[in-house]
Write a protein that binds this ligand. Structure first.
Ligand SMILES: Nc1nc2c(ncn2[C@@H]2O[C@H](COP(=O)(O)OP(=O)(O)O)[C@@H](O)[C@H]2O)c(=O)[nH]1
Ligand SMILES: [Mg+2]
Length: 202
């Protein structure tokens, strides 16, 4: 902490990738982080990443937790979700089941965070595979509207909208934090300790 030169940006936005296995959570994360399409990332591996980015002129750090199935254990999943400030809820447009599963993820997140306005984007990935499409953008947009969130289609392969989803979500997180700090203005910050807890990957 004493190395001033390598000091991390003061602002950290914590993003969690959720969604069924195989939808492209890791591919989106790695495309965003390293500008490459990784076809064969270990499907059971959860990992966290951090990167300095410029968000509307301000240097911030984005922390991304790429979840990978251990979420089946409720305690581990809840621990992950509690750490998150914003969620990219990913399905594959080529797999109807993965779209249905987003409702379960949404429900679990709302239960853990207890906040209807939690920063959240519904992400339809693999838009480059339009010929194999099983979920129409109308259907997905309808669900997003019900949830009062935005729907964005991406391709981790072509990089389409990859930056957009990570940056849009960070903007939502930022405005949510600004709102929270306005509400807490002058008051003791009750959640301070909790928000400092590290995300533990098991
Ligand atoms: N064509 C195409 N394939 C993708 C895309 N995103 C991921 N994949 C492939 O889908 C498979 C599962 O991706 P992965 O990122 O491991 O999914 P995860 O289980 O959600 O992390 C891999 O073979 C990826 O190469 C995409 O946008 N387009
Ligand atoms: Mg993965």
């Amino acid at each position: 902490m004493s190395k001033a030169k390598t000091q991390q940006p003061a602002v950290i936005h914590k993003v969690i990738m959720v969604g069924s296995g195989g939808v492209g959570k890791s591919a989106l994360t790695l495309q965003f982080m390293y500008d490459e399409f990784v076809e064969d990332y270990e499907p059971t591996k959860a990992d966290s990443y951090r990167k300095k980015v410029i968000l509307d002129g301000e240097e911030v750090q984005i922390d991304i937790l790429d979840t990978a199935g251990q979420e089946d254990y409720a305690a581990i999943r809840d621990n992950y979700f509690r750490c998150g400030e914003g969620f990219l809820c990913v399905f594959s447009i080529t797999e109807q089941e993965s779209f249905q599963a987003t409702a379960d993820f949404r429900e679990q997140i709302l239960r853990v965070k207890n906040d209807e306005n939690i920063p959240f984007l519904l992400v339809g990935n693999k838009m480059d595979l339009d010929a194999k499409r099983q979920v129409s953008s109308e259907e997905a947009s309808r669900r997003a509207a019900e949830w009062k969130v935005n729907y964005v289609e991406t391709s981790a392969k072509t990089r389409a909208n990859v930056d957009k989803v990570f940056f849009d979500l960070q903007r939502e997180i930022r405005s949510r934090k600004m709102e929270a700090s306005r509400q807490n203005n002058g008051k003791q910050r009750k959640n301070k300790d909790r928000s400092k807890k590290k995300c533990v990957i098991l």
